[in-house]
Design a protein around this ligand. Structure first.
Ligand code: SF4
Length: 271
């Protein structure tokens, strides 16, 4: 049982976060996933037996940052931000004794793990304090002359022609007009799919595969966890002969944002 307490406490309200850490320890958490250094100091001093994982929100992308967290707070695992290539992850694995966890499937953030203010700017609800990015209550879909418009807090995020796959209206993945050209300015709506990279990740010694799951339905959780479990078992059994099955990819494809998948930063052919 892992508890995520990976938000950043606000001034004057730190006691709330301390109570959450105490509750996790009292409930016998196998580990607590955390991002805030002050909170990790509290957890490691108050509950030295509690296993700590550094959240992706902590944005640790190099060995010095990870080792500092290990020395200060005895972290056992780090969830790596989705900005590193496979080669960089392999190098990191050789430089630290901390277990590495990486993302295997799900929506991408714009390389600003833990530091994005776009949702709070547009809706008043921040991923940090409300656990939501672009919350559903702020989303409006309207159809006009056959074109579907997606708005977030009244801001037009995207418009879709009839039959065009529509993504969830997230501010970073909208199409906007810049200098006369309309297109994706920051990021496309697409999902990471690292299924075919499982043998390589196993070879690096990755301890766990993370599935992006914020604001997801029970169907998403059941389908994606089912596919990843079967694929990881198959990759562990026969890594050299592993190939993602078509039905696995079909299931993941149905849950992909904007009906598109990518290997993200893992695969950088230019490097
Ligand atoms: S707006 Fe985009 S970058 Fe920011 S939290 Fe949401 S998905 Fe991530």
């Amino acid at each position: 049982m892992l508890f995520a307490i990976n938000t950043f406490p606000q001034m004057g309200e730190v006691a709330k976060w301390h109570r959450a850490v105490d509750a996790a320890a009292d409930l016998g958490a196998d580990a607590v996933i955390m991002a805030d250094a002050g909170l990790m100091a509290y957890a490691s001093e108050r509950h030295p037996q509690l296993r700590l994982h550094l959240s992706v929100q902590g944005s640790a992308t190099h060995a010095d940052a990870i080792e500092l967290m290990r020395e200060r707070f005895n972290i056992k695992r780090v969830v790596l931000p989705r900005v590193l290539s496979l080669a960089q992850i392999g190098k990191l694995a050789r430089q630290t004794s901390v277990e590495l966890e990486v993302f295997g499937f799900g929506s991408l953030c714009v390389m600003a793990e833990g530091r994005c203010l776009l949702s709070s700017y547009a809706t008043g609800d921040s991923p940090n304090n409300k656990g939501v990015c672009s919350p559903a209550h702020a989303v409006r879909w309207t159809e006009q002359d056959g074109t579907m418009h997606a708005r977030l807090s009244g801001i037009l995020i995207d418009s879709y022609a009839p039959g065009e796959p529509a993504g969830y209206p997230t501010l970073c993945k909208g199409r906007f007009e810049v200098e006369g050209e309309r297109g994706y300015v920051l990021e496309e709506p697409t999902s990471l799919n690292a299924l075919s990279l499982l043998p390589a990740l196993l070879d690096i010694g990755i301890a766990a595969i993370k599935i992006e799951g914020r604001q997801r339905s029970p169907r998403y959780v059941a389908d994606v966890v089912g596919v990843l479990r079967a694929a990881i078992d198959a990759a562990c059994a026969e890594p050299a002969r592993f190939a993602p099955r078509q039905e696995w990819q079909g299931t993941l494809g149905r849950h992909a944002e904007g009906d598109q998948v990518t290997q993200g930063a893992y695969d950088r052919p230019w490097r």
